[in-house]
Design a protein around this ligand. Structure first.
Ligand code: ADP
Ligand code: MG
Ligand code: MG
Length: 252
């Protein structure tokens, strides 16, 4: 079992403190959701985990099986088993999707254990079928001219191909129609298992109708203010964030 542990994490952007002491422990085999109103620091949390340079950690720790993630470069974090689906995936020119995926898989493997072309194609074909992706998507340049929905689907393909230990999925549901949402959820659900843990960040409860989280955290004003099971997401659906903010006396 692997563990991703976030301890008393404080993060600032341009000297403004956004995260004010976040504590979170995710084990493989678990799917956690972080929900919260806009501007509360959810994307800041995912950016800090992946080491985005604009986000300064001023206090606290991020540990992956006890190893200090904050000391790792971005690519080291990926090699250590962390995966981040960004809210706005960037375009990389000149690299096809398939080339990118194969090098991303091999980056996590030893020299004598690289994925063979045959094995790679078989795996790619299998995952693209599951995600209802046309074959041509593999040969397109990464994210270039992809629609919003295609980018999201492609991120889930990356997730399934790279098979990280932990995936931080920020707003993977934003801008998706219901069919795309189902496909994306199917991919995440297929990843569920002993060797995989995930932190799903979402503003809306909708996604959690398709991916049932084991643990739900509510974030407000840069802190996790409440933790519960999937029922907590239902409560938010019914009451909005107002119910909890009033109960806890937090002004939004
Ligand atoms: P969420 O994902 O919960 O909507 P964010 O983590 O994106 O929240 O943002 C948290 C706060 O940080 C917001 O008040 C936002 O305005 C601020 N913020 C985000 N990015 C920047 C930035 N690059 N520069 C300054 N402030 C930022
Ligand atoms: Mg936002
Ligand atoms: Mg966000």
């Amino acid at each position: 079992m692997s563990t991703l542990e976030i301890k008393n994490l404080h993060v600032s952007i341009e000297d403004k403190e956004i995260l004010k002491g976040v504590n979170l422990v995710i084990n493989t085999g678990e799917i956690h959701a972080v929900m919260g109103p806009n501007g509360t620091g959810k994307s800041t949390l995912s950016a800090a985990i992946m080491g985005h340079p604009s986000y300064t950690v001023t206090e606290g720790e991020i540990l992956l099986d006890g190893e200090n993630v904050l000391e790792m470069e971005v690519d080291e974090r990926a090699r250590a088993g962390l995966f981040l689906a960004m809210q706005y995936p960037s375009e990389i020119t000149g690299v096809t999707n398939a080339e990118f995926l194969r090098s991303a898989i091999n980056a996590r493997r030893d020299e004598d254990d690289k994925i063979s072309v045959r094995e790679f194609i078989k795996k790619l074909d299998e995952k693209m079928t599951l995600l209802d992706m046309p074959e041509a998507m593999a040969e397109r340049y990464l994210n270039e001219g992809f629609s919003g929905g295609e980018k999201k689907r492609n991120e889930i393909l990356q997730l399934m191909m790279i098979e990280p230990t932990f995936a931080i999925l920020d707003e993977i549901d934003s801008g998706l129609d219901i069919d795309a949402l189902k496909v994306v959820s199917r991919g995440v659900n297929a990843m569920r298992g002993e060797g995989f843990g995930s932190l799903i960040i979402t503003h809306y409860q909708r996604l959690l109708n398709y991916i049932t989280p084991d643990v739900v955290h509510v974030m407000m004003e840069g802190r996790i203010v409440m933790t519960g099971d999937a029922e907590l997401a239902k409560r938010l659906e019914a009451e909005g964030y107002k119910g909890i903010s009033e109960e806890l006396g937090i002004e939004l």
